[in-house]
Ligand binder design. Structure first.
Ligand SMILES: [Zn+2]
Length: 350
């Protein structure tokens, strides 16, 4: 039996529903710039970050992920705000801790791809390690239950992140996730199932895939991961209509403009809630224990995942009930007015 609250939840096949997607959500709301994608909103509008965090829990997230994604040294250098690095990280971690404590959820620290990892350059590895170290140590100090290391295209960088969590994480468990590209392998050419197995063997508590691909194109890879690994696996796709021809959100072509949809035209490619439901059902069948949605996530979609996984979050009070709709509902009084002819006019039924 584990003492760690996160590991306890995963014992005996237990599962966790996890909301990600803070970057896209704040970009959509006008508080974050697409391009650099740095979570400056943590410093500029901490109240809003707390608000969205609470909303994700309200919709069924069992985990509060501190919004430190791309809040690392390299990204802050790009926008000239390196001096705010610690303030931004500690600010995000404190919000996450506060909301997790108030809602009885778990809190996770978050590290990700550094954008400067080069496997053959020792100085690059050293720099990446220093970046991971500082973010992990802040997460430990601010009370994280576990650390999420995510969106790695290279197995080598994911393995380095895991090593750093083991070295600097004071025993906190690690969730390590790779981002699938249009190819079914890592940058090094390792099949994703095999890559996840290596990370599991190296000591990750949960391994899996997140971001990059939507439900339809991530599920075949997820089956490979399930076959290759023994322990808990993770899946958090982007909720976009990727397919065999366009497997990633970056490869999606907008049918109207004929141009790349990423990032500004992606909303036109969003999955419907029925697709999200089918995705969550598939994850349940495959045995995914750490499930959720990444970039493009919104509360009504996450609620669908949570409900498929047997939760009834506060937001379920407002889950759709069309029996109360004046045109489509079933109350006798609805039929006393023009219901039938209105339906005919609007949806073409007779
Ligand atoms: Zn993402």
């Amino acid at each position: 039996m584990s003492e760690n609250a996160f590991l306890k939840r995963l014992e005996n096949g237990g599962n966790l529903v996890v909301a990600e997607g803070y970057l896209f959500e704040f970009e959509r709301r006008g508080y974050l710039k697409a391009g650099a994608f740095v979570p400056e909103v943590v410093i500029e509008h901490p109240d809003l970050v707390k608000n969205v965090t609470e909303e994700f829990v309200h919709s069924g997230s069992d985990v509060v992920l501190a919004f430190t994604y791309y809040g690392h040294r390299r990204k802050l250098q790009v926008i000239g705000r390196e001096g705010d690095l610690e303030k931004m990280n500690r600010g995000a971690l404190k919000i996450a801790r506060e909301v997790a404590k108030a809602t009885g959820t778990l809190m996770a620290g978050n590290i990700c791809n550094t954008t400067l990892y080069q496997k053959d350059k020792p100085e690059s590895i050293k720099e990446c390690e220093a970046m991971f170290k500082e973010q992990i140590e802040w997460a430990v100090e601010e009370g994280a239950d576990f650390i999420v290391a995510e969106t790695f295209s290279e197995l080598g960088e994911a393995a380095l992140a895991l090593e750093c969590i083991k070295k600097y994480g004071k025993g906190l468990p690690a969730v390590v996730m790779l981002v699938p590209s249009t190819r079914d392998v890592t940058v090094e050419g390792v099949p994703l199932g095999e890559a996840c197995r290596k990370l599991e063997e190296a000591g990750a508590a949960v391994v899996g895939l997140n971001c990059g691909r939507g439900p339809a194109s991530i599920l075949p890879l997820l089956k490979e991961v399930r076959q290759a690994c023994q322990g808990p696996i993770a899946c958090l796709p982007v909720p976009y209509r990727t397919c065999k021809k366009f497997p990633t959100m970056q490869s999606l072509i907008d049918p109207v403009s004929g141009k790349q949809a990423f990032p500004v035209d992606l909303p036109a490619q969003l999955c419907g809630r029925t697709e999200i439901k089918h995705f969550a059902q598939a994850c349940k069948e495959i045995g995914v224990q750490y499930v959720g949605l990444c970039c493009g996530n919104s509360s009504h979609s996450l609620r669908v995942v949570a409900e498929v996984y047997g939760r009834e979050p506060p937001a379920s009070r407002y889950s759709p009930d069309m029996s109360q709709h004046f045109m489509y509902g079933n109350k006798p009084e609805f039929f006393q007015c023009h219901t039938k002819s209105l339906r005919n006019d609007y949806d073409g039924t007779s």
